[in-house]
Design a binder for this molecule. Structure first.
Ligand SMILES: [Zn+2]
Ligand SMILES: [Zn+2]
Length: 234
């Protein structure tokens, strides 16, 4: 598969996934122009959205002018597409949907959103499997023979705790972060719980501006997985 991160942070998210036959856009958190810099919108088969927060869904209505959107019912309940409502395609937890040459399975995510999903993608062309999980403090499922892992690595627990103790992070911010976003430590636990024998590439997503350390995160994940690690940029 070919993975192109367009943007990745609490300011906006969008990622392109291609298996050579079907191109999927994951997330609609950046302006159309930014996506068009990378690709002609009409060549995208569908857009998957994980949840309704602006950094993932702010531009969903505009994208729906061109591309069908797939997400949970709970997410769609929070998004009004107006005349483009017909572009909404509801996915159900654990129920496989075929989109072009991809099989897509929604996975439960744990986040302060209505019905957030992670996605397991399987290409019928390359026979490869990819997990996409962001804005979730935990992933309950484990998976066999993942080829690609795209995972949130938002903060380091000790950096966050230090900033909380220094008063740079409020109690409310601290409590929200630990119950809605994935730490480096949780990311490592997830990786260790999974079958990494086929793993080719890891993409670290949605790093916090102030509670993360890009180089340290990259090294830590490289050591554990032995795979190529890409830190998705803002
Ligand atoms: Zn987010
Ligand atoms: Zn969110």
């Amino acid at each position: 598969m070919d993975i192109t991160p367009i943007a990745s942070s609490s300011s906006g998210n969008a990622y392109l996934i291609s298996d050579g036959v079907t191109i999927l856009l994951i997330e609609a958190g950046v302006k159309l122009e930014k996506i068009q810099e990378k690709i002609d919108l009409t060549s995208i088969k569908a857009c998957l959205i994980t949840h309704e927060h602006g950094d993932h869904a702010k531009y969903a209505k505009q994208i729906a002018r061109w591309i069908p959107i797939y997400s949970s019912k709970g997410t769609f309940d929070c998004l009004d597409f107006g005349v483009y409502n017909y572009q909404k395609n509801i996915l159900k937890l654990s129920k496989m949907e075929t989109i072009g040459s991809f099989k897509v399975i929604p996975i439960k995510a744990f986040h302060d959103a209505k019905e957030p999903f992670a996605y397991l993608l399987k290409s019928t062309i390359t026979n490869e499997t990819l997990i996409f999980a962001t804005d979730t403090y935990y992933i309950r499922n484990t998976f066999d023979a993942l080829d690609y892992i795209m995972i949130e690595c938002n903060y380091d627990e000790s950096i966050l705790e230090n900033r909380y103790e220094n008063g740079d992070v409020t109690k409310a911010q601290y409590k929200r972060l630990i119950s809605s976003h994935m730490s480096l430590e949780s990311c490592i636990k997830f990786l260790k719980a999974n079958d990494l024998s086929k793993l080719k590439e890891v993409y670290l997503m949605h790093l916090s501006d102030k509670n993360s350390n890009e180089q340290m995160f990259k090294r830590a994940i490289q050591e554990i997985t032995g795979a190529m690690v890409v830190v998705c940029q803002k």
